[in-house]
Design a protein around this ligand. Structure first.
Ligand code: ZN
Length: 407
């Protein structure tokens, strides 16, 4: 028995074409073929899923979430027991799936093993959730973004509090190896200051090029990618020169570094939504003063800088930073509207959350397109997103691994 999805419109993400009257044939967890409905005759025991009034596309991929954070006004989870954070993380993962995100990349979790455990529990069928690609903890430096240790805790390298603090290339190397030992799918480094931690500035470079290179070196030896958090111009340039795979936020990127990124094929995950909501809703919503001040300073040129990189040929990949303040899991599809507002084409916006995202994760042999041999991760919406991209906030059909989660 196969599952047969009758599609009104179908965007496979293999190319830029929107097909009419296609059927998708699914056996067990995988897609067997995509055919024209006119020539297709189902077997009598096939299960027909009629989406002939819907627009069908691959399961969405958010390449920047924090499952350990729930979108509260501050990152309360860094002070909570790991078991509590894990339970919340399981719920957050499900909220992402219920919004149509069948795969998420976790960009830093408050404990070393928590996210890998959630990933493995989902993969072994303990509870439903999206596919998870995890960083373990973010690697930062003393006083850097996400170094949330109290003054009495700042002695010694293996003292964790949200960020894995490492100073100098050898400590970074050890920290990266530690993440991989406990199941990380990639290495995440914090290169500049951030919005949400006091005591550092987003414009400042906090990780040296030698430290970034050490992380990239370890990741490459293990055939993994390296992701760099970077807002400021100097930090973005250092990350690009060191050869990271992708730069998160990339807020104050300049022309010189855009050229380096084009040459080295380095992607950007902009996460427009988080800076925008923190800057707009501000202290009235309960966000600390220091974070609002920093977000306002960054948000002004973010869209235009990313558009400049996009026009120059840098690949933009969908990611939202959801879980951080005021962007709870399941609400991140607003990012699609901001991407279009920034000037990214509808086609590239859809590809950014499907094929481009899968290629960044090096999972494009498994997910990201609707094609034979891929896992049956498929979603649908009630309108054509080329006419109205905001429809992606209301995904009306969700299938992952051939199982229907919403219809
Ligand atoms: Zn983040």
């Amino acid at each position: 028995m196969s599952k047969i999805i009758k599609c009104g419109k179908l965007f496979c993400a293999v190319d830029e074409i929107v097909q009419e009257n296609a059927v998708i044939i699914i056996d067990d967890t995988k897609i067997t073929s995509v055919q024209n409905a006119e020539n297709f005759i189902p077997n009598t025991d096939d299960e027909i899923i009629d989406l002939s009034d819907k627009f069908v596309l691959p399961g969405l991929i958010d390449t920047h979430v924090h499952l350990g954070f729930g979108g509260k006004t501050s990152l309360v989870e860094v002070s909570e027991q790991p078991e509590i954070v894990a339970i919340k993380g399981m719920k957050n993962a499900q909220l992402d799936l219920w919004a149509g995100f069948t795969t998420v990349r976790d960009e830093g979790y408050p404990t070393i093993t928590g996210c890998a455990n959630i990933r493995d529990a989902i993969n072994t069928g303990v509870f439903p959730g999206p596919r998870i690609f995890t960083s373990g903890m973010y690697i930062t430096q003393t006083g850097g973004h996400l170094d949330f240790r109290y003054p009495g805790e700042t002695l010694g390298f293996n003292t964790f509090k949200s960020g894995n603090v490492a100073n100098g290339p050898e400590e970074v190397r050890a920290a990266a190896r530690l993440m991989l030992k406990y199941g990380a799918d990639q290495i995440k480094v914090v290169v500049t200051g951030g919005v949400l931690s006091p005591g550092n500035e987003p414009g400042e470079q906090n990780m040296s090029i030698e430290e970034i290179r050490a992380a990239v070196d370890v990741a490459q030896m293990h055939a993994k990618i390296t992701s760099a958090h970077a807002h400021g111009t100097a930090g973005i340039k250092a990350a690009a020169l060191a050869g990271v795979s992708v730069i998160e936020h990339c807020t104050l990127v300049d022309e010189e570094t855009i050229q380096i990124m084009v040459e080295k094929n380095i992607s950007i995950v902009p996460t427009f939504i988080v800076l925008k909501v923190i800057a707009e809703k501000g202290t009235a919503a309960g966000i600390p003063d220091f974070a609002v001040r920093k977000a306002i300073a960054l948000v002004g040129s973010h869209l235009s800088n990313i558009k400049q990189a996009y026009d120059a040929g840098v690949r933009i990949v969908f990611g939202t930073d959801c879980g951080t303040p005021l962007t709870p899991h399941g609400t991140q599809a607003r990012e699609f509207e901001l991407m279009v507002q920034a000037g990214i084409s509808h086609t590239d916006t859809l590809l950014s959350a499907t094929r481009y995202a899968a290629e960044l994760l090096r999972w494009d042999d498994k997910i990201g397109t609707i094609a034979p041999g891929k896992f049956a991760d498929i979603v649908a919406v009630d309108k054509n997103p080329f006419d109205d991209i905001s429809i992606l906030k209301n995904v009306s059909f969700i299938m992952k691994d051939g199982n229907v989660y919403k219809m």
